[in-house]
Design a protein around this ligand. Structure first.
Ligand SMILES: Nc1ncnc2c1ncn2[C@@H]1O[C@H](COP(=O)(O)OP(=O)(O)OP(=O)(O)O)[C@@H](O)[C@H]1O
Length: 485
């Protein structure tokens, strides 16, 4: 019995040992399988990343899709992983006084993605530079053709010397974020750097910008202007709904695809900030700058607000319809502005001379858009209610500068008259007559280290100024550059 029992025990032990060894082998196999699986996954993810980066470089159109789907994915993930709750609410409140948490998180994440994918690139390897499309304060925009796809694109170059990486990423991400709107310039999802520049790609607007097609002192026809205004208003409303403020609305930033303005898109989101962000004024004003931002006595900072876009939009409308600026700056001391402000505050019943070409309906619209008190300014959406009304008294005449336009009846000081004469002399340099952009206009009144690329005058001239090449004269007006505090 004992021998039998002992034999059984031995057998059992051997069986158990064998089983254990088999288990161990099996476990080892499983571990190595798992390792292999993990390695394959890592490898796949790595090569997917490499392929995607390569596609970014090789194939503009695919890259656009990739970027858009990345943006959509970020949005989806955020919605899935962040249910509304006390934590999220407090975070949003901290981020923005206007509670614009949706756009905030997406914008931050888009910036992160862009930063992770930013690679150094030899531009000539992938793009053939056709010509320069424009120059701005911080860089230039070139028309290029993608060497492999043959796609025409506009590459925006921001000088590293004057642009922080953060600012570049912000402009790029905001542009990408807003690009689904059909009235905002489309993006290709391509961003890279060279030794001297940060660069991103956007769709090429074949007809240039709005500034080029506004005939000085004449303006666009009411039909064309309305068509353009309608599209810009939709773009601006889209932006405002996302709790963003453009802060640089002007004709140079409205890109056009045909001279009749059938297709128009808003661009240049370099100054765009979240509504409610604190900023402080550093220097300068342009005719589009709202009066509250022009006040030199105001020392405290500003809160970014939609109403400043609405003001600029109102000035833009005036420029489009007349080919003139309503004033040089919305400040006391500017005779044209003062006359307007008196009428606007109902201290004078007389419609200012510059404004007498408009119908009562159009004047009502301007009164709402250009309210001196920013809290009384309407939303940009309100212009939609005015499209069925006539805007110009001489609309049938195609806004011809002569007939119907009342003469200026503001008494000018002699120095103002000199400036006026100077400007009239410069009319041959107007963008409509110029084959090349960038000719300078002399002006004795304004000079600054920064400039805008258009110059104002309520007295007739309507010029674009080259920001870089100022050897022929002084710069006309300064750009409102504000920095976040
Ligand atoms: N996608 C485009 N297609 C065609 N032309 C363009 C495009 N983007 C920009 N431009 C031209 O280049 C000019 C300068 O571009 P942009 O306004 O983006 O530069 P910026 O440095 O931001 O200028 P700013 O000094 O006004 O801020 C525009 O006014 C326009 O004439």
């Amino acid at each position: 019995m004992g021998g039998f029992t002992g034999g059984v025990r031995r057998d059992n032990r051997e069986r158990l040992d064998g089983q254990r060894t088999a288990d161990r082998q099996c476990q080892r196999q499983r571990v190595s399988l798992l390792r292999f699986h993990l390695q394959t996954q890592v490898h796949a993810a790595e090569s997917k990343r490499r392929r995607r980066t390569q596609r970014f470089l090789d194939d503009g159109l695919t890259a656009a899709d990739t970027a858009r789907s990345a943006s959509r994915k970020v949005h989806r993930n955020r919605l899935q992983t962040q249910p509304l709750g006390p934590d999220r609410t407090s975070r949003s409140m901290n981020s923005s006084p206007h509670g614009s948490h949706a756009s905030i998180d997406i914008l931050e994440e888009l910036q992160l993605i862009a930063a992770q994918n930013l690679e150094k690139l030899d531009i000539h390897k992938y793009y053939e530079v056709v010509r320069e499309l424009g120059k701005g304060t911080y860089g230039k925009v070139d028309l290029v053709v993608h060497k492999i796809r043959g796609t025409k694109m506009a590459l925006k170059f921001l000088r590293k010397r004057t642009t922080k990486l953060k600012s570049f990423l912000r402009e790029y991400s905001v542009s990408l974020y807003l690009s689904p709107c059909p009235f905002i310039i489309n993006m290709y999802g391509i961003a890279f750097e060279t030794d001297d520049y940060y660069v991103f790609a956007q769709e090429y607007a074949v007809a240039g910008d709005l500034f080029d097609i506004i005939p000085p002192q004449v303006g666009l026809t009411e039909t064309v202007a309305k068509r353009c205004v309608h599209q810009v208003a939709i773009a601006l409303d889209y932006l405002h709904c996302k709790k963003l403020v453009h802060r640089d609305i002007k004709p140079e930033n409205i890109l056009i695809f045909d001279k009749e303005c059938r297709k128009v898109k808003l661009s240049d989101f370099g100054m765009t900030r979240r509504a409610g962000s604190p900023v402080k004024r550093v220097s300068g004003t342009i005719p589009y700058t709202a009066p509250e931002l022009c006040d030199p006595c105001r020392r405290e900072g500003f809160c970014v607000d939609h109403s400043t876009d609405v003001w600029a939009f109102g000035v833009l409308l005036f420029c489009m319809l007349t080919g003139n600026f309503p004033w040089e700056k919305a400040m006391p001391g500017d005779a044209f502005y003062e006359e307007f402000a008196r009428w606007q505050r109902r201290r004078s019943g007389a419609v200012p001379s510059q404004w007498r070409r408009f119908t009562d309906d159009a004047l009502r619209m301007f009164r709402r858009l250009l309210s001196i008190e920013q809290e009384r300014r309407c939303s940009v959406k309100e212009v939609f209610g005015y499209f069925n009304h006539g805007w110009m008294l001489d609309a049938e005449n195609g806004n011809g500068g002569g007939a119907g336009v009342p003469p200026l009846d503001i008494s000018l000081t002699s120095s103002e008259e000199d400036v006026l004469v100077d400007r009239l002399k410069q009319q041959s340099l107007s963008p409509v007559c110029m084959a090349t952009k960038g000719n300078m206009v002399m002006d004795t009144h304004y000079s600054s280290s920064m400039s805008t690329n258009s110059s104002p005058s309520s007295t007739g001239s309507y010029e674009r100024v080259n920001r870089e090449n100022n050897e022929r004269g002084r710069l006309l007006v300064t750009t409102p550059i504000e920095i976040c505090v």
